[in-house]
Design a protein around this ligand. Structure first.
Ligand code: 5AD
Length: 325
């Protein structure tokens, strides 16, 4: 199944076809990546960020936030505990925090790669040389959402940032042999359906291996505090279409989906998603990574297993690469 841009737009605009779309995405998911769900242990190791993204609670001008930074050795021991619990992938995520220089990150990566796990980084825009050093130390995957492919909107949402540099990052990561994850926000102010169709086509064009999609949620300490939240169903449709078009990629049931809909994680898993990312950050810090308000945090592996088994799916025992190894 392959849709043109116009067909994608029509599907996104027409809610009478939603059930058909979600069932199709579930079928494409089953045929291409099976019934296994990959669990990724997420460590949010610093909420300090130099960026000013208009939607994000971690943006540097936000003074009303308790900032923290986890010491490199503690990040490593947090990962060790997660691997002991059975996680086969660790995801290290943070704001763009310069404390974690190339050398500091390399130390953390080497430490974690002593354990039996795959390692994903999600620490923002860096130079080709940084990305190369991280890869040489053993990092396997990298997440960096494009957020929106609408250049005008991108500029409005990301002061002091450059769309072309973000694309450069994705291309460098691909060149270096990472499995690359990207994705977008759904429901940003002034975002059009046409640009969401472009986002989906962009994921395909760039050769993304993982795609995270979630609704925009207004954060009270940001310039977008009075904007309406994104629409859960529209975000789900973008995700489902991404599954249908990209087939065997890994797609998480994102936390933002769960935050907007109490059943969001299960609904996402039944509409194309095949990955869940429980939070394994040390408890002391786990509530402080407030990208958006009321962020739902699944931190209990047993709870994740229960949810997944309740819908007839199984937990993968593999590392969860795209190639299914
Ligand atoms: N609502 C939803 N998602 C958000 N993100 C950041 N701020 C928000 C928000 N207010 C997402 C971005 C980023 C990811 C880590 O979190 O897409 O890439």
């Amino acid at each position: 199944m392959n849709f043109s841009k116009q067909e994608i737009i029509n599907i996104l605009k027409d809610d009478s076809q939603n059930d058909w779309l979600f069932e199709l995405a579930d079928k494409v998911r089953r045929e291409n990546v099976g019934d296994e769900v990959h669990l990724r242990g997420l460590i949010e190791f610093s909420n300090i960020c130099k960026c000013m993204c208009k939607y994000c609670g971690l943006r540097s001008p936000n003074k009303n936030i308790d900032r923290y930074r986890i010491e490199p050795d503690d990040v490593i021991s947090c990962a060790e505990k997660a691997v002991e619990l059975g996680y086969k992938t660790i995801v290290l995520q943070s704001g763009e925090d310069e404390f974690y220089s190339r050398d500091v990150m390399c130390k953390i990566i080497k430490g974690i790669k002593e354990f039996d796990c795959a390692l994903t980084l999600s620490i923002g825009e860096r130079s080709f040389e940084d990305y190369k050093a991280f890869k040489d130390c053993g990092a396997d995957r990298y997440l960096i959402r494009i957020e929106t492919t609408d250049r005008e909107l991108y500029k409005k949402m990301h002061p002091n940032m450059d769309f072309d540099n973000r694309v450069r990052c994705l291309k460098d990561l691909k060149t270096l042999g990472y499995e690359v994850g990207t994705g977008c926000l759904v429901g940003l102010p002034e975002q059009t359906i046409e640009s969401l169709a472009d986002d989906i086509l962009f994921f395909k064009e760039i050769g993304a291996d993982m795609i995270g999609i979630g609704p925009f949620i207004a954060h009270p300490e940001t310039p977008l505090k009075d904007c309406e939240n994104g629409n859960f169903t529209l975000a789900l449709k973008v995700m489902a279409l991404t599954r249908v078009l990209l087939k065997n990629v890994n797609i998480p049931a994102t936390t933002a989906m769960e935050t907007l809909n109490p059943n969001g994680r299960i609904i996402a898993l039944q509409s194309g998603a095949n990955v869940v990312m429980p939070n394994v950050t040390t408890e002391k810090f786990s509530s402080k990574y407030e990208i958006y308000p009321d962020k739902s945090s699944l931190s209990d592996r047993d709870e994740a297993e229960r949810i997944i088994k309740s819908i007839g799916r199984t937990i993968s025992k593999g590392y969860g690469f795209r190639s299914n190894s």
